[in-house]
Design a protein around this ligand. Structure first.
Ligand SMILES: Nc1ncnc2c1ncn2[C@@H]1O[C@H](COP(=O)(O)OP(=O)(O)OP(=O)(O)O)[C@@H](O)[C@H]1O
Ligand SMILES: [Mg+2]
Length: 366
């Protein structure tokens, strides 16, 4: 996960603000996107993802602050001369043109010879897995194939930065997952900086080197997927990414780099300060992901902590089972997940169980 650290900056945001009239859409965006990085802007509808992407492309003026691309400020630089290209959600390809005409459209003012342009089109089509489709009419393509044509059309201009605004959201789940893998491969191959907008947290986790999680015009956390998942810096981020159990707790002591808490149902736990992001003045809770809690079967013992529980709900998923369990004779209910492997029977509602967990998996929000 050190990929991003030693790369030069491709895009820099310096205290970027954007107002639409009175509406404050971007509220002081800071951060950098590295060269060759697959970067995602993730957040709920209306948080400002598209707006921020459009400030990179130059489709949107900013009210204050600065956007730099490759070390140069973009103030006053029009969209058509920026080293960026954008792929839109509604893959705007021309249905009446052939695939190769669509892909070659961006080269219409390119001084290269027709033969050279044709070769560039073929190359771009090959990149997106559409070799041999050049003569096909664009309207005779599936949704996934159209999206590839849109990608090829953007890539043929060899931008330094490719901006993708929810490019896969119109595709069904299977096709979307397939295109996700292909986009990752493609990005590695071409080495171009990709900035993807998505409101789908799984998509962001799967695809990105780093992710900026946005709420209400601000970046709440900017980190690699594993850090975001394991060490979210706020309850809000933790809640937005994956499933997190929140357990009420009281803070018993705080000294040096240790915080001791008493969590309802779990008991006293000593946490390292890195498990406790900066306080926000909220009612304290500890967060615990479902897969960090494990049911112990007869003969198994916990390597760290063990808590008695009672199963309240069983949700069977084929490969996995989710259990809602009351912990330690309290009304604290947590969801935990178990992989259904041979020799591990699915348990029933009302069963008394033993739950293993590790203090290291906890995050304190307060
Ligand atoms: N041209 C505009 N004029 C006024 N308000 C706008 C304009 N464009 C966007 N907004 C507002 O700015 C906020 C951010 O919009 P934006 O399109 O960036 O959200 P988003 O995160 O991309 O959401 P979604 O996931 O729904 O696409 C929204 O509240 C939106 O209504
Ligand atoms: Mg949007």
């Amino acid at each position: 996960m050190t990929f991003s650290a030693d790369r030069p900056n491709m895009i820099e945001f310096k205290d970027v603000h954007k107002y639409y009239g009175d509406y404050h859409a971007l509220r002081g965006i800071n951060g950098t996107i590295k060269a060759g990085e697959f970067f995602s802007l993730l957040g709920p509808s209306g948080c400002g993802k598209t707006t921020l992407l459009r400030t990179i492309a130059g489709f949107e003026d900013i009210s204050s602050g600065a956007v730099l691309i490759d070390g140069k400020t973009m103030a006053g630089v029009p969209a058509n001369v920026r080293p960026t290209n954008m792929v839109f959600q509604s893959y705007a390809i021309f249905p009446h043109m052939s695939v190769q005409e669509n892909v070659g459209f961006g080269l219409r003012r390119d001084p290269r010879s027709a033969a050279e342009k044709a070769r560039a089109v073929e190359e771009a089509l090959e990149m997106v897995g559409l070799k041999g489709y050049g003569k096909r009419a664009a309207h005779a393509l599936s949704g996934g194939q159209r999206q590839r044509v849109a990608l090829a059309r953007a890539l043929i201009l060899k931008p330094k930065v490719l901006l993708l605004d929810e490019p896969l959201s119109a595709l069904d789940k299977k096709m979307r997952e397939q295109m996700q893998v292909e986009l990752i491969k493609l990005q590695r191959e071409v080495g171009i900086t990709f900035v993807l907008v998505t409101h789908d947290q799984e998509e962001a986790l799967v695809m990105s080197d780093r992710i900026a999680v946005m709420f209400e015009g601000e970046i709440a956390q900017l980190a690699d997927p594993e850090t975001l998942y394991r060490r979210p810096n706020s309850k809000k981020v933790a809640d937005f990414i994956g499933t997190m159990n929140f357990i009420p707790c009281t803070i018993l002591s705080e000294a040096g780099d240790k915080v001791e808490v008493d969590a309802k149902g779990l008991g006293k736990v000593a946490l390292d300060i890195h498990q406790a992001p900066p306080p926000r003045g909220e009612t304290p809770v500890v967060g615990l992901r479902p897969e960090t809690l494990t049911l112990l079967y007869p003969g198994q013992t916990a390597t760290e902590r063990e808590t008695a529980g009672v199963i309240d709900e069983v949700i069977y998923f084929g490969d996995m089972t989710y259990y809602d369990v009351y912990l330690g004779g309290t009304d604290t209910e947590v969801r935990l997940s178990m992989r259904n492997v041979p020799g591990r029977p699915v348990l029933d509602v009302g069963d008394k169980v033993r739950v293993a967990w590790s203090p290291e998996a906890l995050v304190l929000f307060r």
